[in-house]
Design a protein around this ligand. Sequence first.
Ligand code: NOJ
Length: 594
Amino acid sequence: MPPRPPVAATQTGDAGLVAAGVRLADAPPAPTWWHEAVFYQIYPRSFADGNGDGIGDFVGMTARLDYLADLGIDALWISPHYPSPLRDLGYDISDYLTVDPQYGSLDDFRGFLDGAHARGIRVILDLVLNHTSDQHPWFAESRLSATNTKRDWYLWRDGRDGGPPNNWMSQFGGSAWQLDPATGQYYYHAFLVDQPDLNWRHPELREAMWQAVRFWLDLGVDGFRLDAIGNLFKAPELPDHVSARSVFELWWAWQTATSDEERSATTAGLTELFRHQLDQPEVHELMRELRRLVSAYPDRVLVGETDRVEFYGHDDELNLTFNFPLMQTDRLTASWIRRNQTRQWTELPPGAWPATTLGNHDTSRIRSRFSAGDDDLARARLAAAVVLTLPGTPFLYYGEEIGMTDFLLEDVEQFRDAWGLWFHRSAEAELGLSAPEALVISSRFGRDKSRTPMQWTNAANAGFSPEGAATWLPTNPNHRSGVNVAEQLTDAGSLLRFYRRLLRVRRRTPALRRGDLTMLVGSDDVLAFVRRSLPDHQACLVVLNLSDRPQRLRLDVGTDALDTLFSTRSQRGVIERPTDLRMAAHEIYIAELE
Ligand code: NOJ
């Protein structure tokens, strides 16, 4: 017998709140590995240094595969590992067909991939289609003359009235056009000057890039995370934008927004500014072409760095896009998450499945963002539970499982992130701040803070590199006070042990991996929902008390008993005839409906 659907839940204390379950999401009709997998993002420079040079590499990553297998993740996303001048730390690729020597050789990569597969872990790569490095041989050739065969692989235009072709801005500040003295024309770059955009309207460029895609698929990688796909096409007539605000001004407003409303208004401002540079309709035809290519290989996945649901197409474009709006808040309240889920599942086309995440290499770390203040570990646990129990494919970011925090650099000489450096310069130039003031905000808003070396032990260099090595970014000193793998492995109450436990429960609970979603109405404090998988005859209740006070939940879930699968409070077993569920402060409770 399939479990009965939940009927209602009321949180006591909220007078007048008569709550009913709202069915929001269907289960995926034909779940595959990537619907159910938990992904873990590795920033290769920062995960494990195998040769003691202060920079992460594949030998180091391979040595940590057992750790990842024991953690209980199913797949890895590796941020760019290709040769690169590192102006954007690998997102500026100068050769798509091999490994940056800093990270090892192609054989090291093969060893890593085989080792991952042997442990049942899949590996997807980061694919940067929008731009190359200006050091890529394609661009070197393209800039040689206005008539060479690779000229139109990039976007070259004549200037206008002694200046750039139009007023488009780079997402990293300043004009999006760079004058190249060799030919007196400008090339377009959505990001850094060192990252010229490719012209995807050129068939030979497409074929050259598809060769690179086949190269990695032939090696056995399991798919790709597609970088910046919204940028791939720009409005062909190059119309000026009409925004009156500068990129820096908008980013600054975004970073300093004090309410969710203010932040979404700024997001709208950014969309307006980049209207002609992003999300042009032709991109969908390109995504279909890529999907056809990838589908020739069994069981591969395409994940797009976008939250636009149009990228699912009719299940003929991407497999997953990110639910980024979920992370665009400073406070994870139950109503924020309910609103997010309602919107997400209304917008997604039928059968589509999102990727759920709260952190990556471009954002603040979860523990710094959502957990500030007392009880920060309890809040970090709750954030993890949100990602791991809502329907969707979870993406974790390296180090979040041990509660790594943002590390704010105290010297601009240590900055490695070009965006952080631009923010620093702009804070001085546009806000008129002194250098020390600019340092404070740019270390906070730059991206180095969340890319520091993984903290393996409490020894010097956090066990990432041997003692005495100069690591590429400093290690966060909190590795000496418990924020490290070695100590947390032996501490049953640690965040790491919590992640491992929850990941195990998820792995053995089909309803959590692939079930549908019925949201139970509650307050700002308590998020309660049911995940149900009819083919597995299983339904689970998930209750997250996001507040720091005990809460009572009046339940009518059409069930005789709740069989506890997971709780952060001890001594929870089977609860007979559950009508009144008492939740401890910050408690995470998951139970099977009997
Ligand atoms: C998105 C990547 O996540 C980010 O790190 C990078 O700077 C830009 N795309 C440009 O590639």
